[in-house]
Design a protein around this ligand. Structure first.
Ligand code: SF4
Length: 698
């Protein structure tokens, strides 16, 4: 933490952690970021959480990559075995020319042998370039990123039923609501600045309905806390909607004007009386009825959801229910109303918009449409690429095991930590005959690399990012990258040239201009405008319109302008607890640690606050298995076992375990199930059968 006058320069940029997208001022002295303050961005109005304020010094960490690295001929066999402070046993330093030649030699001309994972931590321009590199360079769509592990099922349901994968209203609209549902999200830990708006909403009398199998700090502010049985989301939500139908609390005028398939939804809901559902979801019928009346009686109501909704094999069905609830009550398109999946990574919205997904080109234009593809190849100046939807994150891992993919380019993602059943993913990475990793540290994934290309942190680069609110914001460089590290767009461009592509980009603004040609969502948003205004929300209706906080006031981007009700059936979790694995494991983030921990565990303040891997269990569970808080507990699923420090937490139900996924020494994903939702292809991170026990004495 610096003195308020102890800096030479201040640079406006955007926090690199969560999808809230808080604007920051980076205070710089002697080529280093000394401290950070919040500034008046549209999402944060000067506020920051502990990560945004104190989690920045990873950019100056000793582990930063400063030169390209090439795997040594005499390196040990590929595995999770590289010490980031003593990597010389595995890699040797190389010049950029040598490293780019080595990287491209293993990719060039290999067509379908190659797949790519881009990153939601990179800018929009970098995401666009990455998907272009795979599609133009290798002729197919096997390119994906961590949206597949995050909100892919929410996006699938939103595209299906309202015609757009983004939020219908900014989270700040809650100030105009009188009722809000927060389900499967823990904003005080994961979207902390958004949570401050939720708390303010309750202070002025707004009714907050929190629904989550795990208790959470927002409970203190809630009018209703529904701690339902894990996996029972569809039963609970259908029961609430059943009451709205039964008591005729729906908005018939809105339904008639703006929706389709209402009769099918109505008859489907007849089978979900609260009295029949209460034992399944663990919430008594009267509470379900009261919540239904509260939501349906609101003048303006919003629904927020997180990965507790999306990370299930029925994640798309969960989101379908939330969309139906909003539609039947007419709670879309007006001030204080709307659907808002709280996006995770700082640029997961933007990376998805930019086409970093296997089924869609920029602006969700489908790869299966010949006209769409030819519009791209006309500008790209190259031949057609495949009309077949590409493979997703977990499908690419399986394709490596099946010898269908043999080389990968991974930019800023860490599948050796983030994928479900991660031993399976690690074995796939080890099996590749060529792996190029572009990152700022030797991540767990970089352990398996043949070539490592040193990239830039957020404070070292120019580029735009798009937050959960659809706000496109300008990130600016405050300090130079360390050593010979370079901006990601530059690295991808140089790699593309060596793979035979005729790319001539010299600045991200040129890439942004090319993207605009394909993306109507960026109409009226220019690089110069963002330089001047810092943020513009899409859609922006004119060169001076700051953008539309609320969309779909008069119809939806679907046939005849109508949103759709899609009835959701009950699909049980893929793995039921049994005598061997009697409890339920759920995974997630903590306030201080971000995703796979590569940044926050190298941030001195955050690491000091939360230094040790830990799992949370109810005190009664710990007593039952004979483990005291602070002692080690062994957690075992059908995939693997970890031994980790136990924390007593009454917010976790007695038959549950909560395990954060930031800790490599007790990696949560050694335990998780790789079963996926059939539509979004998102893994069921929120439900695995697990056994918790006292470890055997050593
Ligand atoms: Fe950064 Fe998110 Fe915290 Fe804002 S709420 S400071 S974007 S981590």
């Amino acid at each position: 933490v610096g003195d308020s006058k102890d800096y030479d320069e201040e640079v406006k940029s955007v926090c690199p952690f969560c999808g809230v997208g808080c604007q920051v001022s980076l205070k710089v002295k002697d080529g280093r970021v000394k401290f950070v303050e919040g500034i008046d961005g549209p999402a944060n109005e000067g506020r920051l959480c502990v990560k945004g304020r104190f989690g920045f010094d990873y950019i100056h960490h000793d582990h930063r990559l400063t030169k390209p690295l090439i795997r040594r001929d005499d390196a040990p066999a590929k595995g999770l075995n590289v010490d980031p402070a003593n990597w010389q046993t595995h890699f040797r330093e190389a010049t950029w020319e040598e490293a780019l030649e080595a990287a491209s030699a293993g990719l060039k001309g290999r067509g379908r042998d190659v797949a790519g994972f881009g990153s939601a931590k990179c800018t929009n321009e970098e995401a666009y370039l990455f998907q272009k590199f795979i599609r133009q360079g290798f002729g197919h769509n096997n390119v994906d990123h961590c949206t597949r592990l995050c909100h892919a099922s929410s996006v699938a349901a939103l595209l299906e039923n309202v015609g757009s994968g983004a939020v219908t209203a900014t989270f700040n609209e809650i100030e105009n609501a009188d009722v809000a549902i927060v389900i499967g999200a823990n904003p005080i830990e994961n979207h902390p600045v958004a949570a401050t708006y939720f708390k303010q909403f309750t202070k002025r009398g707004g009714k907050l309905i929190v629904m989550d199998p795990r208790g959470q700090a927002l409970k203190r502010f809630a009018s209703h806390m529904l701690q339902f049985r894990p996996g029972a989301d569809v039963s609970m939500l259908n029961a609430i909607m059943h009451v709205i139908v039964e008591e005729k609390l729906y908005d018939q005028q809105y339904i008639d004007a703006y929706t389709e398939n209402w009769e099918a939804e109505k008859s489907h809901l007849a089978g979900f009386a609260p009295e029949a559902m209460e034992a399944i979801c663990g919430i008594d019928a009267e509470t379900l009825r009261e919540v239904a009346r509260t939501f349906a009686g609101a003048k303006a109501a919003m629904i927020f959801w997180g990965m507790g909704v999306s990370q299930h094999i029925h994640g798309t069905d969960n989101s379908r229910c939330l969309i139906s609830l909003a539609l039947m009550t007419g709670q879309v398109g007006r001030p204080g109303s709307g659907l808002h999946p709280l996006r995770g990574q700082n640029n997961v919205q933007g990376a998805s918009d930019a086409g970093l997904i296997p089924m869609f080109l920029p602006d969700y234009q489908t790869v299966t449409d010949d006209g769409v593809r030819s519009a791209f190849t006309d500008v790209w100046g190259s031949g057609d690429f495949s009309a077949e939807k590409g493979l997703t994150v977990t499908e690419i891992v399986d394709a490596i095991h099946a010898d269908q993919i043999k080389a990968m380019y991974i930019l800023g993602e860490n599948p050796a930590m983030s994928d479900p059943d991660v031993d399976h993913a690690r074995a796939a990475l080890a099996k590749l005959d060529h792996l190029v990793v572009q990152d700022i540290f030797i991540t767990e994934t970089a352990n398996y690399a043949d070539v490592i290309l040193p990239a830039s942190a957020f404070a070292e680069k120019s580029g735009t990012v798009t937050n959960t609110n659809r706000q496109v914001q300008m990130g600016r460089p405050a300090v130079a990258p360390p050593g010979e590290a370079r901006e990601d767009w530059w690295i991808t461009t140089e790699l593309a040239k060596r793979c035979g592509l005729d790319w001539t980009y010299t600045h991200p603004s040129e890439i942004f201009a090319e993207m605009k040609g394909f993306m109507k969502s960026l109409d009226n948003i220019t690089w110069d405008r963002l330089e001047g205004e810092n943020a513009v929300t899409y859609p922006s209706l004119s060169p001076t319109d700051p953008g539309q906080a609320i969309v779909f006031s008069d119809g939806f981007p679907r046939p005849e302008g109508r949103a759709r009700f899609t009835p959701a059936d009950v699909i049980p979790p893929a793995e039921a607890p049994d005598a061997d694995y009697p409890m339920i494991l759920t995974t997630g983030r903590q306030l201080e640690h971000w995703h796979t921990g590569s940044m926050t565990r190298r941030s001195s303040v955050l690491d000091a606050v939360e230094p040790e891997a830990n799992a949370s269990l109810h005190p009664s569970t710990l007593r039952k298995i004979g483990v005291n808080p602070g002692e080690m507990v062994q957690l075992t699923t059908r995939r693997g076992s970890v031994t980790i420090m136990a924390r007593a937490d009454r917010a976790v139900a007695p038959d549950m375990v909560f395990l954060p996924f930031a800790y490599v020494e007790a990696a949560a994903n050694l335990l998780t199930n790789s079963a996926v939702d059939p539509y979004g292809k998102i893994p069921e991170f929120k439900f695995s059968a697990v056994r918790a026990e006292k470890p055997a004495a050593i």
